[in-house]
Write a protein that binds this ligand. Structure first.
Ligand code: MRU
Length: 365
């Protein structure tokens, strides 16, 4: 059962349509102008969807990769085919640890099985991953709400939140990570307003604004560079973001620009929360410095996507082809700038000890 709505209809971001043969997704490259559903029926479809960011957001990338593997195994499922499909999927996006986490889980489940049983088992496991993601996000919403309720503004029944990128239900299977506590606060009757950072260059903030509109949550879109001013003016009670990877020491990597918000929040004395499920935590990664930062196509800066005044979608060139561009898609926020990590198991300090207090089974030696 989905809880998030599009045009009032409950939906998830990915759902099986033909058992073992196809899943449907929401094409996020068409939003916020058009709601378009796309069918993925092969490994190639899944790879294209992840690389082109028709699906995006760490948890959703992981679930899509799992279904992609199931689709690949439907045509060939011997050992070489299994390994080749996993390698192809792992290479699609390097930063979101959920992708490797999901594929490692499927590999462990499938490798001992005879090839003939793998496709069906992969399909079932991908479905379980999707359901678990929904449940984890629901819990993160509840756990985050408990923390938000402690803020002085919330005690007066209102909350001014700021977020970056899209860490809502579009980035997961349902509920979202950073937006889950916001939805929970809104549902609990708190008067919430969200400052939505545009998030150049791909403008995932516009996805956040679209999502919040569908749910009726009051919000205002700002240019990324306006965040510091709003924070120092006292117009933000808390900043809340997701993560693509949480290192074992509590450092995080998230959409580029996250670190600047954390710095500004610290300077303004505003709490900075990171919401991420277990699938985003890499206990084998010692610090944020070890996390790979994805470099994306320079055209994401040279071209802007939107609609013309007649509502026709298209691309607009804002930089000459010859202009040199660097496009790192993520940055690292050190644990010291993070007020708390919120997971499906509760909130903790952003530190090795904090994470291990929630996940004692990861304590080795
Ligand atoms: O490049 P994207 O759009 O996939 O990046 C998404 C983010 O950075 C999100 O904040 C992150 O995945 C956490 S989301 C649930």
């Amino acid at each position: 059962m989905a809880v998030m709505r599009v045009n009032g209809r409950f939906t998830r971001t990915i759902w099986p349509v033909v058992d073992g043969c196809a899943v449907d997704i929401i094409d996020q490259t068409a939003l916020p102008h058009e709601y378009r559903v796309l069918r993925l029926a092969s490994l190639e479809d899944a790879v294209r969807a992840i690389c082109s960011m028709q699906v995006r957001g760490a948890p959703l990338i992981g679930v899509t990769a799992a279904y992609g593997l199931a689709l690949a195994l439907a045509s060939q499922a011997d050992d070489p085919a299994l390994h080749a499909a996993i390698e192809t999927l792992v290479a699609t996006r390097p930063t979101a640890v959920n992708l490797r986490w999901a594929l490692a889980r499927l590999q462990a489940r499938l490798a001992p099985l005879p090839p003939v049983a793998r496709a069906e088992a992969a399909w079932q496991e991908a479905g379980r991953l999707a359901d678990e993601d929904v449940e984890q996000c629901r819990r993160m919403g509840d756990n985050g709400l408990q923390l938000l309720r402690l803020l002085p503004a919330a005690q007066h029944g209102r909350l001014a939140m700021m977020t970056h990128c899209n860490a809502g239900w579009l980035a997961t299977v349902d509920y979202g990570t950073a937006l889950a506590p916001i939805y929970a606060a809104f549902a609990a009757g708190i008067d919430v307003h969200v400052w939505v950072s545009e998030t150049r260059p791909r403008n995932q903030g516009l996805l956040t604004a679209w999502e919040l509109s569908e749910e009726g949550v009051p919000h205002t879109v700002i240019a990324d560079n306006a965040a510091g001013l709003l924070l120092t003016r006292g117009e933000v009670d808390a900043v809340i973001v997701g993560a693509d990877c949480v290192a074992a020491n509590g450092d995080i990597v998230n959409k580029v620009g996250t670190w600047l918000k954390a710095l500004a929040a610290r300077a303004a004395g505003v709490p900075f929360y990171v919401v991420a499920p277990r699938s985003t935590i890499d206990f084998d990664c010692p610090t944020g410095a070890a996390i790979a930062i994805e470099e994306r196509d320079a055209d994401e800066l040279r071209l802007v996507q939107g609609c013309d005044s007649a509502g026709r979608p298209g691309l607009l060139r804002q930089l000459a082809v010859a202009e040199r561009v660097a496009n790192p898609a993520f940055d690292m926020t050190p644990a010291a700038l993070i007020s708390a990590l919120i997971t499906e198991r509760g909130a903790c300090a952003a530190s090795g000890a904090g994470l291990l207090s929630l996940y004692p089974e990861e304590r080795h030696g």
